[in-house]
Every structure is written in structure tokens, then in C-alpha cells.
Design a protein around this ligand. Structure first.
Ligand SMILES: O=C(O)C(=O)C[C@H](O)[C@H](O)COP(=O)(O)O
Length: 211
């Protein structure tokens, strides 16, 4: 079984990376299984909740078909805790050199968040060429990505923030978009209700989006 992944592997595996918020540890395994059953195995579990690290650990142990990563990495300590919990990749909402260096030193593939040309240049200087564009719709959406195709033609983006089934195809059609990220396939109410079949159906629909 493959155990290490590059940031590009993470982006290319499926058209959508689900942005997951888990408040209850017992939801982690059934949620991961539902997403995998729907065709999506790269899972971003955000560090927005206290339970997140334990959820990553559980998915890593109990759902070997899934590849659990950590989202909302905002510090070197977040990166270290994520790697220790078994996260296979990290995603950050912004970029700092400290986060980049920590992930590099840990061997944790990182999708650094950027929203401006300067941030892209800083991440590129540190060796990152696969980036999360966050918050994508709010920060300029399709027009921004098209504008970046000129000066930053070699960068592949994962736009996240404001993406849903309706607008995802337009983003995925751009040559500098490798995948999109979003919470729409893991709705809070479906998780709270344990409605795993709804989440599986949303994942299946998302996994079939054209790129
Ligand atoms: O928590 C993080 O690390 C983030 O960077 C934020 C998430 O990626 C977006 O909040 C997802 O956006 P929506 O799909 O519009 O819900």
C-alpha cells in the first residue's frame, strides 16, 4: 500500500478535497468510509475543533483506504501535532515561512493557502508549487485564477472557499486548477444526523466532476 503522497498526488486524486469539520470523534470513521465509498479518499480534517487530531488518528488507523490530512494548519506546532496524529498531508489557510519549514522538516506535504501574488511568490521561493487559493470566490474567483495563468503559469491551484457543485465545473475547467476544496460534500447537518448515505451520494457526485 502506498504510504507517502506528494502535494500533487493529493490534488490529482479526485476533483474535490472535502473540507471536514468534526465535533464528535465517533463520526470520524463512518464519515471517512462514506467518502471513500463515494470515490473520495483524500480527506482534509480541519484543526478547527479540539477533536480533530484524534479523528485524524482514528481514520489513519481504521480506514486504510482513506488518506487523512490536516487542514487549518496555522503554526509549526499544528504541523507537528498533525504529523504525530498520522496526517499524510497538510493544508493551511495562509502561508508563513515557519509553517513551510515545519512541514518541510517533517516531510509533511503541504498545500499552502495564498490569495495574492506576493504570497504565491513567497511560497514558490520556499519550494511550493501546488497551492490552495483561499478564500477563492471571495478573493477574486475565476477571474483571479485566469489572471495568474500568465505570471504564475507553472503553479497548480486548489481553489477553496465558496465552491459548490454548481460552480465547481467552471473552476475545474481552468488549466491551472488541479482540484477544488469545499465543505459542501460534508454538510454539518448530515454529519450531525449521521446521514452517511447522503454524504456518500454527495461524494459520488463530486468525484465524477470533469477536470
Ligand atoms: O479551515 C480552514 O483551514 C480553511 O481554510 C477554510 C476552509 O477551507 C473553507 O472554509 C472551506 O470553504 P467552504 O467550502 O466555503 O466552506
Amino acid at each position: 500500500m502506498k504510504t507517502s503522497w506528494t502535494a500533487l498526488d493529493v490534488m490529482r486524486d479526485a476533483p474535490v478535497i472535502p473540507v471536514i469539520v468534526l465535533h464528535d470523534v465517533k463520526d470520524a470513521v463512518p464519515l471517512a468510509r462514506a467518502l471513500v465509498a463515494g470515490g473520495i479518499r483524500m480527506l482534509e480534517v480541519t484543526l478547527r475543533t479540539r477533536e480533530a487530531l484524534e479523528c485524524i488518528e482514528l481514520i489513519a488507523k481504521e480506514v486504510p483506504e482513506a488518506v487523512a490530512g490536516a487542514g487549518t494548519i496555522r503554526s509549526a506546532a499544528d504541523a507537528q501535532a498533525s504529523a504525530l496524529a498520522g496526517a499524510k498531508f497538510g493544508v493551511s489557510p495562509g502561508y508563513t515561512r515557519a509553517v513551510g519549514k515545519a512541514c518541510h522538516d517533517l516531510g509533511l506535504p503541504l498545500l499552502p493557502g495564498v490569495a495574492t501574488g506576493s504570497e504565491i511568490m513567497l511560497a514558490q521561493e520556499d519550494g511550493f508549487t501546488e497551492l490552495k487559493f483561499f478564500p477563492a470566490v471571495q478573493a477574486g474567483g475565476l477571474a483571479m485564477l485566469k489572471a495568474w495563468q500568465g505570471p504564475f503559469g507553472e503553479v497548480k491551484f486548489c481553489p477553496t472557499g465558496g465552491i459548490h457543485a454548481g460552480n465547481a465545473p467552471e473552476f475545474l475547467a481552468l488549466s491551472n486548477v488541479a482540484c477544488v476544496g469545499g465543505s459542501w460534500i460534508v454538510p454539518t447537518d448530515a454529519i450531525a444526523a449521521g446521514d452517511w448515505s447522503r454524504i456518500e451520494a454527495l461524494a459520488r457526485e463530486a468525484s465524477q466532476l470533469a477536470r
